[in-house]
Design a protein around this ligand. Sequence first.
Ligand code: SF4
Length: 332
Amino acid sequence: MLDEDEIIRVEGVSKRFSCRGRGPFCPRRSLVACNDVSLALRKGETLGVAGESGCGKSTLAKMLLSMEAPTEGRILYRGRDLVGMSRGDRRRNCKNIQMVFQDSLLSFHPRKKVVDIVTEPLMNLGLIDKRDKDLRALELLDMVELPVDVLYRYPHSMSGGQIQRVGIARALSVEPEVLVCDESTSALDVSVQRNVAELLVRLQRERGTTMMFICHDVALINAIAHRLAVMYLGHIVEVTPTSMDIDKKVRHPYTKALLGSIFSVRMDFSRRIKAIESEAPSAADVPPGCPFQDRCDVVMDICKREKPTLLPLKGEADHLVACHLFGSEAAI
Ligand code: SF4
């Protein structure tokens, strides 16, 4: 049963890519980018997804956009399985779920001007007449706080922040119900990043858009999202509401380490920074049991044998953790 508040439900989704080796030292095997991922996106919320590079965040985003098909599992949009949709239905459905990329410039046609870029989805879906393009483009530029004079400019002559605003205007032009931002602020300077993040928050609130905000910066996610989902080696290891004291509330050792790695201007360098010392293993070589076992400083025997299940903590239905430390505490 789909909860009425749920716009998207990801159910047991895995995505494997095959790695074909050439010689005897690299046998054919598969890389698991997403491993039995289950998540829900609720109407009007911002769900932040955090994790290190290569943890499967972007693959998850691509599957929501139907740019990749899951190997297993289902992705439901308002109860309809995206995987089983016909090509025509998928094309019509792209109006409902749009994406802002990390480097929007790469997703723009280099010979197109801003006016054509921001109205491209509207034209492709036949939602506006060619004569109305300029007027609609001006409204979209106003929405993302860009000046009128960029209308006939080429994006490669614009700054990084302006380019991302063009990307946001294009994604929101068709008024999608869901906006997926895949590291959309990560490549920007810090001051510009803040402005673009504030713009996204304002637009999300004003329009009631449901947003998935993918970012490796947990502090930024905590500032702008309603809930935080943490991914590690293709697994969701913790989902929790965000809060001012999130560092005290998170329970999974990996989430704690992620939050412990954040630098602050009032940092006390005489205290040891609780960062993760080693690197994550390859997604083609995930150990049996808990995926975090090789880096966890409280690893137990059971962690090497059994993979922990993502379960709600006792008395905290909205706080889910996949860790054997809380196995007996989980309320089902
Ligand atoms: Fe650490 Fe075990 Fe929990 Fe994994 S399941 S995070 S190895 S304690």
